[in-house]
Design a protein around this ligand. Structure first.
Ligand code: F6P
Length: 539
């Protein structure tokens, strides 16, 4: 990859810093008044998605500079490096090719001189065959019984993706099947998930890239014991399959390679949903819907790879995020889907974004010098409105928000959808334009209450509006945010595809576990940790 300039020392960065000062006193009211076409000028339509980014604090000059900054950071070359299988994950010496999992064009992609597509297609076709058989009651289970419950055991990227997507695409799922997602090592999670299931009709998918993750292995062993207690050891191959890159470890667990669905070290856990990690989702929604989802991912991949920066949705979202994080001091961003099926969307992108871009050194290991990945959070509307929107509207912090909504509901009951969407439109309008003191007074509000009733406005939002939450749209939406994260990582010159920050806690937990098992072991931690462990040991 080309050498990256210290981004905050570029002319574009300096100009943006100057402009940001003046923009702190510019209001969205002024920007909209000055340009009556702003609401359509700063909008993009791509296939199923419409992005309105006009309610942000920028003008044409700022946008050009932000796009020039992305260019200066080497975005086009970095993007090609990813799509063509270069080893851009430098600390692990790996390619980053989640785009290959949904490469529906089937154009070859080479890693170490070998086209990865035959392997990708082979796994997808085995998954489809398996999913069809489970859905038809032709796979596994006990003689004369069919699988009625599927339990995915995984954590992080091996859980959040399937769990989020299963919720998102529930209207397309086989409602005769029950799905559970077990992730937390807290025994409550697996106990609650299994308490009403019948072992004879339950299929476990142990999903772990490494097949060493403590939480997943503990839950998998507990599930195995639960099954063996009821059905005996010989039932294991009929009730357990694995999704992993580690065939030897899967075999050691007692799952044969014929019941293992593989992936590769060039798929990051948090980007693995469109491959074998999506097996539970494929069983739920069926192969056809799963492939429609992949079409959506692929369409967005192509858009990201080929659209000019000014018309490129992930790039636009990324540079606006940079604008607020680096020039306005925004610490977080909220993802606010107005669709109950996207209840886990923010949680999913919490991992995707924060594990990717929560980094403090550049690709070459120097301090990065600027603020990097935001804190990502959110809840579906309208619930959030009755919880944290107060702070969004009148608090002292700037929280850029992305609103995601759909023209049609999957459950068109009465006026619910119109009510939901009236809130959706109202919130971005209120956040942008607020209510001035004069307007408050004009409502007859007593003078001493006026400050409390003022809405400052100029709170930035993006709005994504799509027809409906179908599999293809869903794929486009997920890929949109994945590529936004990639673009920001390139601009900050950080490595978005490793996650060393999760290691230290894992290692320390590994040291502490024996100390909890054996209270006679001496404690040699700091005085705080020692005392906490001592109290825990007292029971
Ligand atoms: O939390 C760290 C992490 O390595 C994530 O990146 C990953 O998604 C998760 O653990 C699970 O890892 P595995 O799929 O190997 O069990």
């Amino acid at each position: 990859m080309p050498r990256h300039p210290r981004i905050d020392r570029t002319a574009e960065w300096r100009s943006l810093a100057k402009l940001a000062k003046s923009f702190k006193s510019v209001s969205l009211r002024d920007l909209f008044a000055a340009d009556p076409a702003r609401g359509t000028r700063y909008a993009l339509a791509f296939d199923k998605l419409y992005l309105d980014y006009s309610k942000n604090l920028f003008d044409g000059e700022v946008l050009s500079l932000l796009l020039a900054l992305a260019d200066r950071a080497g975005l086009p070359a970095a993007r090609e490096a990813m799509f063509t299988g270069r080893k851009i994950n430098l600390t692990e010496n790996r390619a980053v090719l989640h785009v290959a999992l949904r490469n529906r064009s089937n154009a070859p992609i080479f890693v170490d001189g070998k086209d990865v597509m035959p392997g990708v297609n082979e796994v997808l076709s085995r998954m489809a065959d398996f999913a069809r058989r489970v859905r038809a009651g032709e796979w596994g289970g006990e003689p004369g019984r069919r699988i009625r419950a599927v339990v995915n055991i995984g954590i992080g990227g091996s859980d959040l993706g399937p769990a989020m997507a299963y919720e998102a695409l529930k209207p397309f799922s086989d409602r005769e099947l029950t799905f559970r997602f077990v992730s937390n090592v807290d025994g409550t999670h697996v106990s609650e998930a299994l308490r009403d299931l019948d072992p004879a009709e339950t299929l476990f998918i142990v999903a772990s890239k490494t097949f060493t993750t403590q939480e997943t292995m503990a839950n998998a062993h507990t599930a195995r014991e639960w099954l063996v207690r009821a059905l005996g050891e010989e039932a294991v191959p009929r009730h357990f399959v694995a999704v992993s890159t580690a065939a030897d470890k899967v075999a050691a667990f007692g799952i044969g390679t014929e019941n293992m669905f593989g992936f590769w070290d060039w798929v990051g856990g948090r980007y693995s949903l469109p491959g074998a990690i999506g097996l539970s989702l494929m069983i739920s929604i069926g192969p056809e819907n799963f492939f429609a989802m992949l079409e959506g991912y692929h369409a967005m991949d192509n858009h990201f790879r080929t659209a000019p920066a000014a018309e490129n949705m992930p790039v636009i979202l990324a540079v606006l995020g940079i604008w607020y994080a680096n020039f306005f001091g925004a610490q977080s961003m909220a993802l606010l889907p107005y669709d109950q099926y996207l209840a886990r969307f923010a949680a999913y992108f919490q991992q995707a974004d924060m594990e990717s871009n929560g980094k403090r050194v550049t690709r070459r290991g120097k301090p990065v010098g600027v603020t990097t990945g935001p804190i990502v959070w959110g809840e579906p509307g309208t619930n959030g409105q009755h919880a944290f929107y107060q702070l969004l509207h009148q608090g002292t912090r700037l929280v850029p928000c992305d609103f995601i909504g759909f023209k049609r509901s999957q459950n068109p009951v009465g006026e619910h959808h119109k009510m939901l969407m009236s809130n959706f439109f109202a919130q971005t309008e209120a956040l942008a334009f607020g209510r001035t003191a004069e307007e408050v007074r004009a409502l007859g509000v007593p003078e001493k209450l006026v400050p409390h009733r003022v809405f400052p406005g100029s709170r930035p939002t993006n709005t994504i509006l799509a027809d409906e939450l179908d599999p293809k749209t869903f794929g486009e939406l997920v890929a949109l945010y994945e590529h936004k994260i990639f673009t920001q990582g390139v601009i900050w010159d950080i490595l978005s595809f490793d996650q060393w920050g999760v290691q230290l806690g894992k290692e320390l937990a590994g040291k502490i576990l024996p100390e909890l098992r054996d209270p006679s072991l001496p404690l040699a931690h700091d005085s705080s940790t020692n005392e906490l462990i001592r109290r825990f040991r007292e029971g």
